[in-house]
Design a protein around this ligand. Structure first.
Ligand SMILES: *Cc1c(COP(=O)(O)O)cnc(C)c1O
Length: 381
């Protein structure tokens, strides 16, 4: 028998509580029964996004909320700065260019975080820039960008800070209102512990002002229309009834744990992952500004990275992600976001130790697990 473990940075494991809620018969969406679920879920989203404003629920994968943010806030010809430090940063720029925006790219080495001074300088040279687009956690390179610092740059300017928080919301402290983030985007299949299919976008008052004058073409992702419907406890088009029913449960789980504790858990799991890998003599991809959501590790010399990830998945039943683009076969990524707790990390580290050994690398079996345990024990009184 083989038991499977999903430890990839999306999709992530779904808790039994959410699965059971989603197993209930589908109810009609234009009913007081569903509106009650919708309303409660919208309120819970405000808590998790740390905003007093509205959080829109869209039926799409996370990229839908990214595209929606561009088309609802800008017009062709508008200038934006894109922080491109990985696959998802690149995506912000690609969407922007598709809609005729003028992109000022900031290329960041994969594994590094952006320097806010670079952004400030580019803003100074291009006073017409209307938006800064970045990731909070760049999942492809396992880096955390300095969102709080970036928010200071846009705060009192006619410029929006748009943050892809797809592996940051519900992982790391990202107080949207307090920091002055203008748009915070997320998706269901990461820290929100659901199957893929829902995307979220929260907008500041300043962002809603931009929405009034934006002329990019849009139909399905019409944020003003969605907001109008949200205020009536419904959505513009048929919502993903099952997913939203599950979402209420997963958000309640976050609320019951308490956001503060949720962030602490993710930080602890991330530190355990880094300590374990370091103890095994492996090199981290982002030692300086590591993401709370996922840890990137270089595959040791002499091991075929693609084969190693495949071996763990197909032979051992432990799914982790490899690298993308030029990091393909060179790194693997341990995910520790969402419905992941202490003993899932033991599984992850043990699988890496065994998998690497089976792939011909010499290491001291158990050394990584021991290092992880010492940190994971902090989670208990
Ligand atoms: C997963 C992810 C996305 C893309 O989301 P999809 O759901 O695949 O559209 C975007 N940004 C980041 C940082 C992600 O981790």
């Amino acid at each position: 028998m083989k038991k499977n473990y999903l430890l990839a940075p999306g999709p992530t494991p779904v808790p039994e509580r959410a699965l059971l809620a989603m197993a209930a018969p589908v109810i009609h969406h234009r009913t007081p029964q569903f509106s009650a679920i919708f309303k409660e879920t919208a309120e819970l989203l405000r808590y998790v996004f740390q905003t007093k404003g509205d959080v829109l629920m869209l039926s799409a994968s996370g990229t839908g909320a990214m595209e929606g943010s561009i088309v609802n806030l800008f017009s062709p010809g508008d200038e934006v700065i894109v922080i491109n430090g990985g696959k998802f940063g690149e995506r912000w720029g690609q969407i922007s260019e598709k809609y005729g925006l003028k992109v000022h790219w900031i290329k960041v080495e994969w594994g590094d975080a952006v320097d806010p001074a670079t952004v400030a300088k580019l803003m100074g040279e291009n006073p017409n820039v209307k938006g800064i687009l970045c990731q909070a956690s760049e999942t492809s390179t396992t880096v955390q960008h300095p969102v709080e610092e970036l928010a200071k740059l846009t705060k009192d300017k006619d410029c929006l800070l748009i943050v892809d928080g797809i592996t940051a919301v519900g992982v790391a402290d990202m107080p949207m209102d307090k920091w002055g983030i203008d748009v915070l985007v997320s998706g269901s299949q990461k820290a929100l512990m659901l199957p893929p299919g829902l995307a979220f976008a929260a907008l500041s008052d300043k962002a809603w002002k931009f929405n009034e004058t934006s002329t990019c073409p849009r139909y399905y992702f019409d944020f003003a229309k969605e907001r109008k419907n949200l205020h009536k406890d419904t959505s513009a088009y048929t919502p993903a009834v099952g997913l939203i029913t599950g979402l209420r449960e997963s958000l309640l789980m976050i609320k019951e744990e308490g956001l503060e504790n949720t962030f602490k858990r993710h930080d602890r799991l991330a530190r355990a992952a880094r300590a374990a890998m370091t103890a095994l003599g492996l090199k981290l991809l982002a030692p300086e500004n590591p993401s709370f959501a996922t840890t990137g590790v270089y595959v040791p010399e002499g091991v075929d990275g693609a084969k190693f990830v495949k071996y763990m998945r197909d032979t051992m039943g432990v799914t982790m992600a490899g690298g993308q683009d030029h990091l393909k076969g060179k790194i693997f990524r341990i995910a520790h976001l969402g419905y992941v707790a202490t003993f899932d990390m033991i599984i992850a580290v043990a699988a890496i130790e065994m998998g690497l050994t089976k792939c011909g690398h010499t290491l001291e079996v158990g050394k990584g697990v021991a290092a992880a345990e010492l940190i994971l024990m902090e989670g208990y009184e």
